[in-house]
Design a protein around this ligand. Sequence first.
Ligand code: GTP
Length: 348
Amino acid sequence: MQAVILVGGEGTRLRPLTYALPKPMAPLLGRPFIGWIIERLRTAGVEDVILSCCYLPEAIEAHFGDGRSHGVRLRYVHEEEPLGTAGAIRNALAHIEGSIFACNGDILGAVDLRALLATHRAKDAVATIHTRPVDDPSQFGVVETETDGRVRRFVEKPKPGQTSARDINAGTYILEAEAVEAIPEGRPVSIERETFPLLIETTHRVFAVSTQDYWIDVGRPNTYRQAHHDILDGTFAHPLGVELAPGVWSADGAPLPRDVSVHPPMYIGAGARVSSGATLEPYAVLYDGCSVGADATVGDAILWPGCDVGAGGEVRGAILGLDVAVEANAAVPAGAVLGRGERVTAAR
Ligand code: GTP
């Protein structure tokens, strides 16, 4: 079985973080975000993965290479201009041999992919869409189905009264090659707005499978933070690395100095340094090479590689991009999302 993962979006909602790294490469507790998707596909029996790239592809290729060290064969297809969520799959057609999983590159989910495939085959579907119910679907693409799961129509961001359906498109599909061939070549095409409506009309063989298992779209700062919470809490999976003490995860197993005040859960990247008297509050995440000075405090915050918090500095409820510096005694405002190399100064 093959899979195509869409990794070409600009990730505008995660700016300024995504000016430096594309969203699929955002670190998430031991691997880049799409590493979690690739691992789930691999354990479901997928051996051949095509990454459909557009924005900042070099960072992705440099990390994953030919995929061998991640247990899959990886290939890359590139677009000069963004081709949209269906056009990007069509662009991989030359590599596609039969049924494929197609995945948005920003969804972390526990859906049983083998069960999804079994339903797809049992229904003789041309396309199967994973869906999930939400209380308020007004910001999503809603999928209306018949009682047998056959998709009747898509309603994008429905207004009150427009539909009573609550199942939203969860961003993982199974597509037959004929569905991919139906996507027009060489121009932007949206799978939700154009391809699924066309397939519904012409084949009547588009099905949805609704599940209530773990699911999150990590494409916004608060959901990216939530994904960290969920993994640190063990709700979805556990961080990679060594658990030094209950809930204290370390990438390289290096012990923390004795006089650091430690309040799990937390994650410490490889080569991160925490000085005496510092406090690490719950959900502190320090990626590789970060340093936290004496008497500084980090809590419920994500520090991308190379950040430096000076002595007495405070970082709570924020996301710091690559190489951000927090001066001694400076406090990062809660909710801040800082881009590469920014500097936070102390109030004078
Ligand atoms: P925002 O700009 O914050 O909306 O994020 P995004 O650019 O990732 O867009 P969105 O969340 O709608 O994209 C869903 C998935 O499709 C993500 O995994 C994107 O990387 C991917 N994607 C979106 N548009 C394209 C495209 O034109 N080409 C490719 N290859 N992937 C795309």
